[in-house]
Design a protein around this ligand. Structure first.
Ligand code: UD1
Ligand code: UDP
Length: 362
C-alpha cells in the first residue's frame, strides 16, 4: 500500500501523474489530504479537473500558525497510518504537509519517498527551505528532478536511495496544456482575446506579507506593464488577496490599472493563460518550471531560486527589485529571446519511473 500525503494545490497537481500511473497499474494506494488547502479553487477543483479519486482521508487541518499546523497534521496522520498500514509514504515538494507526512512516517518506521527531492534555495527565511532539508534527512527514496539535486544531496551526505527521475510537472503540464489549448475559454471570458498579456502569480510571504513591499511591487508591475503595453492577468492566491485588502491595495488596482484580478483558476485555464502569454511574472516554484517547459519567458520575482536550472537554461531571470525601468528592460530582454532553451526537467515519464521503483516495495 502506497500512502500519498498531500495538502496544497501544487502537491495535487504534481502528485497527479503518479496517482494516474498507480491506478493504471492496479497498485493499491490511498490519498491522505491534510486539508492545508481547503478553498475549492485551491483543492476540489483540481481533483475534478485532473480526474483524481477523492482522498480516502482528509484531516481538515486548515490554516493555523505553522507549528500548530504541522502538529495537528502529525496527530491526524499518526491515526491514519495506523489504520492504512502503508508500505511507503510518498510526499511531494516542500510544504508543511510534506514535513508532517515525512516526519510522521519516519517516527512510525515507515519508508518515506520524497518526490522533488534535493532542491535548495539556501534561503532559510523561506518556510519551505526547512521543510526540504528536514524531509531530505528522513527520506528513504529521494526522487530528484535533475543531476543538480543528486549533487546537492551528496554534499549533505545523502547518497542512498537517490534517483534522478525528472519532475512530474513535465508529465502534467505537457498533457494538460494540449487539452487547455482546445478547451479553455479563459481569454475569451476575460475579454482579452485581442490583447497581449502577461500572467502574474505571487504568494510568497517575502513578497506579500509586508504591506509596504507589496505596495511597491504592485506599483512597479503596474508601471512596467503600461510601458510594455501588456495587461497583467493576476489569479490571486488567498494569502495575497488577504494581504492586498489589508494593505488597502485591492480596490486601488482592481479597476483602472494594468491588472485584471481573478480568483485562483483551474489548471486548464492557468495553462492556457501561460501558453498564450508574452511573459510570465511569478514567485511560484511550479510556474517557473512550467514557463520553461511551455517555452514562455519568465521573470521570477525573487532574489533566489531553488530552480537554478531555469536561470541556466535562460527561460527565467530573477528580479526582486521595485524599479519599473529595470523590470521593463528585463522583461523586454526576456520577450526578445528565441524560445529554444533547454528543458531540463525530464521527458514526461517521471511518474512511470517513480512507480516502477516504488512498486518493488509495495
Ligand atoms: C503554501 C505553502 C507554499 C506553497 C503554497 C502553494 C507552506 C509553508 N507553504 O503556502 O510552499 O507554495 O502553499 O499555493 O506549506 N488560505 C485560504 N484558503 C486555503 C488555504 C489558505 O484562504 O485553502 C489562506 C489563509 O488565510 C492562510 C493563507 O492563505 O492563512 C496561507 O495559507 P498556507 O497554507 O499557510 O500557506 P500558503 O501561502 O498557501
Ligand atoms: N496554478 C493553477 N491556478 C492558479 C495558480 C497556479 O492551476 O490560479 C498552478 C500552476 O500552473 C502550477 C501550480 O499551480 O502548476 C503552482 O502552485 P503554487 O504557485 O500555488 O505553488 P508553488 O509551486 O509555488 O509551490
Amino acid at each position: 500500500m502506497l500512502a500519498i500525503v498531500l495538502g496544497t494545490r501544487p502537491e495535487i497537481i504534481k502528485c497527479s501523474p503518479v496517482i494516474h500511473e498507480a491506478r493504471r497499474r492496479g497498485l493499491p494506494f490511498s490519498i491522505i489530504h491534510t486539508g492545508q488547502h481547503y478553498t475549492p479553487e485551491l483543492d476540489e477543483l483540481f481533483f475534478s479537473e485532473l480526474d483524481l479519486p477523492q482522498p480516502t482521508h482528509n484531516l481538515h487541518v486548515g490554516s493555523r500558525p505553522p507549528a500548530k499546523q504541522v502538529a495537528a497534521m502529525l496527530e491526524g496522520l499518526c491515526d491514519v497510518f495506523d489504520e492504512v498500514k502503508p508500505d511507503v509514504v510518498m510526499v511531494q515538494g516542500d510544504t508543511n504537509s510534506v514535513l508532517a507526512g515525512s516526519l510522521c512516517a519516519h517516527k512510525m518506521n515507515i519508508p518515506v519517498a520524497h518526490l522533488e527531492a534535493g532542491l535548495r534555495s539556501d534561503d532559510w527565511d523561506m518556510p519551505e527551505e526547512g521543510n526540504r532539508v528536514l524531509t531530505g534527512v528522513v527520506a528513504d527514496y529521494h526522487f530528484c528532478p535533475t543531476e543538480l539535486q543528486r549533487e546537492r544531496l551528496a554534499q549533505e551526505n545523502i547518497s542512498q536511495g537517490v534517483h534522478v527521475v525528472g519532475n512530474t510537472i513535465v508529465d502534467a503540464s505537457l498533457y494538460y496544456a494540449g487539452i487547455a489549448r482546445s478547451q479553455s475559454q479563459i481569454r475569451e471570458r476575460l475579454g482579452i482575446s485581442n490583447q497581449k498579456h502577461a500572467l502574474l502569480t505571487m504568494h510568497r510571504p517575502s513578497n506579500v506579507d509586508e504591506p509596504a513591499r507589496l505596495s511597491q511591487i504592485m506599483s512597479c508591475l503596474d508601471t512596467a506593464a503600461k510601458q510594455l503595453d501588456l495587461r497583467i492577468i493576476f489569479p490571486v492566491h488567498p494569502r495575497t488577496e488577504n494581504a492586498l485588502k489589508t494593505a488597502n491595495l485591492w480596490k486601488k488596482y482592481e479597476n483602472g490599472s494594468s491588472f485584471i484580478f481573478t480568483k485562483p483558476i483551474g489548471y486548464l485555464d492557468l495553462l492556457r493563460l501561460q501558453v498564450d502569454a508574452q511573459l510570465v511574472l511569478t514567485d511560484s516554484g511550479g510556474i517557473q518550471e512550467e514557463a520553461n517547459i511551455l517555452r514562455v519567458p519568465c521573470v521570477t520575482l525573487r532574489a533566489n531560486t531553488e530552480r537554478p536550472e531555469t536561470l541556466e537554461a535562460g527561460s527565467s531571470v530573477l528580479y526582486s527589485g521595485v524599479n519599473p525601468a529595470d523590470l521593463t528592460r528585463l522583461a523586454q530582454e526576456m520577450m526578445a529571446k528565441d524560445r529554444n532553451w533547454d528543458c531540463p526537467f525530464g521527458d514526461g515519464k517521471t511518474a512511470q519511473r517513480v512507480i516502477e521503483i516504488l512498486s518493488k516495495d509495495l
